[in-house]
Design a protein around this ligand. Structure first.
Ligand code: IPM
Ligand code: MN
Length: 355
């Protein structure tokens, strides 16, 4: 297969972890006989520093025509005083909207050897393997009106959802559940929010088309608690944008480290693949970031964008081999560097493919 992959390293640890993800993709290409070309473009603070907008035109053009996009992270403390629309993070929000990436898949599972890496007792963590399906182009992140008063003494955002937006993300969740344990938990705040009442009724309607999938509903506060008390009880969680942002970080902590979590953002055009963690400016450039979230995002790229299932599994097995072998970065209590973990994963991809 020939594929054109646009790489957006971005800020902080972004370049280090996308380097690791790219190395894994190169290993896959060599081992399985594919031809991947990589094209790097600017995004976020990296673009602002060159006097460009957070999401330059050229970057958008490259993404629109790519087969898939691999992103690191955006965000840098030096731009903290800027208004939302001029911050590095706005690039991410714009690209999601421009490419119509409404479905964000964030799997969180226990990797071999990491049963005690997180804050939970291993018997509570069990075999946790859940998927957060986060709605990504609606809700408070995008709703209008939004703003801050001229005097700066009041500010407002709008949570808004249409039936159509809820229906399409619900279908993504039910479809994903069919390849898993066939259980969907829809998370809302219907005891307070009108958007959540609509959310619950539309998800319930859509469920009728998936009689083989079991649906339940949970309030978001209760779900946040249950993720710590019984994370293994979840299969697919489907929820709106902000709730999904919060719950996925929580799920990352529970399975050992946010640094382990990959994501796929899918829509009608090219998909975007990025780790769930942020730019982590405090450890940028130190070669200590956990590359696994980014590497697993590369596996999701192979699976979802290029339909290369065997190759995606090869990366996931390589990651499992490395975690089981105890070659771990600082966030998981180990001494290994980002680049050492990246090399170990790439080596395992190659050796698995030839055996
Ligand atoms: C994420 C991030 C982003 C979000 C930020 C950086 C805009 O936290 O992808 O989870 O809130 O969606
Ligand atoms: Mn987040």
């Amino acid at each position: 297969m020939i594929a054109r992959i646009v790489v957006l390293p971005g800020d902080g640890v972004g370049p280090e972890v996308t380097g690791a993800a790219q190395a894994a993709l190169v290993a896959v290409a060599d081992a399985f006989g594919h031809q991947f070309t990589f094209e790097t473009h600017l995004i976020g603070g990296a673009a602002i520093r060159r006097d460009l907008p957070p999401l330059p035109q050229e970057t958008i053009a490259a993404c629109v025509s790519a087969d898939a996009i691999l992103l690191g992270a955006v965000g840098a403390p030096e731009f903290d005083s800027r208004p939302p629309g001029q911050r590095p993070e706005s690039a991410l929000l714009q690209i999601r909207q421009r490419l119509g990436l409404y479905a964000n898949l964030r799997p969180a599972r226990v990797w071999p050897g990491l049963e005690s890496a997180g804050p939970l007792k291993p018997q509570v963590l069990g075999r946790t393997d859940l998927l957060v399906v986060r709605e990504l182009t609606g809700g408070l992140y995008y709703g209008e009106p939004r703003g801050i008063s001229a005097e700066g003494d009041a500010a407002w955002n709008t949570m808004r959802y249409s039936r159509q937006e809820i229906e399409r993300i619900a279908r993504v969740a039910f479809t994903a559940a069919r390849a898993r344990q066939r259980r969907v938990t829809s998370v809302d705040k219907m005891n307070v929010l009108e958007t959540s009442r609509l959310w619950r009724s539309v998800v319930t309607e859509v469920a009728a088309d998936y009689p083989d999938v079991r649906l339940d509903h949970m309030l978001v506060d209760s779900c946040a608690m249950r993720i710590t008390l019984a994370p293994a009880s979840f299969d697919v969680i489907v929820t709106e944008n902000l709730f999904g942002d919060i719950l996925s970080d929580e799920a990352g902590a529970v399975v050992g480290s946010l640094g382990l979590l990959p994501s796929a953002s899918l829509g009608d055009g090219p998909g975007l693949f990025e780790p769930v963690h942020g730019s982590a400016p405090d450890i940028a450039g130190l070669d200590v970031a956990n590359p696994i979230g980014a590497v697993l995002s590369a596996a999701m790229l192979l699976r979802h964008a290029l339909k290369l299932e065997k190759e995606a599994s090869a990366i996931e097995s390589a990651v499992a081999g490395v975690t089981a072998g105890g070659e771990l970065t600082r966030d998981l209590g180990g001494p290994a560097s980002c680049s050492a973990v990246a090399r170990a994963i790439a080596a395992r991809v190659v050796s698995r493919a030839v055996t």
